[in-house]
Design a protein around this ligand. Structure first.
Ligand code: PEP
Ligand code: MN
Length: 263
């Protein structure tokens, strides 16, 4: 179902009033974690002003340590809904357990499946039984074949609204958090008709590399970007080191718009 051979046209995925996979770049921006109602509403307004067309924010967080902040859970989802009401931006947020799939299908615009859950087949099948668009992140060590098979798990249950998200893979390198596989864009465009979104934030791990890799992603033909931002990254509850300030995000949006226009 994800295979280009049986579906030569690019897939266009409707997310509220927007189309992902068409002409317009999907720009999903916002904090790693939802931290409070005022915080999420104010960053949502700021991101919209900068040119983002969707709001990201995690309420269920897959943290490496069980002692780290785990997210505001359903309270965080309600805050995202408020931020959508205030700005009109569709909301993108991670689902970690199928226990919440009905709540997500009701309230969320794009269900993110995180790298750690790319092969959680029960979870994939559960989101496959909704019609909510899914952002399927690549597992840290997943081949394209494994990743596309994960998409098949969702699509074979009846949900064809799948976007693939490259977020960096594990290599021997330690200078960056992960290695952003830019080749994912042309390879997936050949193998599949699904939109490809690039997450430079979780690949870099450090904000200083985000601009260069975002520009590269757009030049390679990605359908969108998902970028972590925070009003005050040093105070962020998670992933502050890789979060852009709003001013840095403004600058990036200008650069990306120039590249998109030139393509
Ligand atoms: C995130 O988007 O904050 C996240 C945890 O991403 P990943 O699953 O790619 O690590
Ligand atoms: Mn994060």
């Amino acid at each position: 179902l994800a295979n280009r051979a049986f579906h030569p046209e690019d897939s266009h995925i409707q997310v509220r009033d927007r189309i992902v996979g068409g002409q317009e770049l999907a720009i999903m921006a916002g904090p790693c974690s939802v931290e409070g109602e005022e915080e999420i509403i104010s960053i949502a307004k700021r991101m919209k002003a900068a040119g983002a067309n969707m709001l990201r924010g995690g309420a269920f967080k897959p943290r490496t340590s069980p002692y780290s902040f785990q997210g505001l859970e359903m309270e965080g989802i309600k805050m995202l809904v408020k931020a959508r009401e205030e700005t009109g931006l569709p909301i993108v947020t991670e689902l970690m357990s199928k226990d919440y799939v009905d709540e997500f299908a009701e309230h969320v615009d794009v269900i993110q499946i995180g790298a750690r859950n790319m092969q959680n087949y029960d979870l994939l099948k559960a989101v496959g039984r909704t019609q909510t668009p899914v952002l399927l992140k690549r597992g840290m060590s997943a081949t394209y074949e494994e990743w596309l098979m994960a998409a098949e798990y969702i699509m074979s249950e009846g949900n064809s609204n799948v976007m693939l998200c490259e977020r960096g893979i594990r290599t021997f390198e330690t200078e960056t958090r992960n290695c952003l596989d830019i080749q994912a864009v042309p390879v997936l465009n050949k193998l599949s008709h699904l939109p490809v979104i690039i997450d430079p934030s979780h690949a870099a791990g450090t904000r200083e590399y985000i601009a260069a890799t975002s520009r590269a992603a757009v030049a390679a033909g990605a359908d969108g970007l998902i970028i972590e931002t925070h009003a005050c990254p040093e105070d962020a509850w998670s992933d502050g080191a890789q979060s852009l300030t709003p001013d840095e995000f403004d600058k990036l949006m200008e650069e990306v718009a120039k590249i998109a226009k030139a393509m």
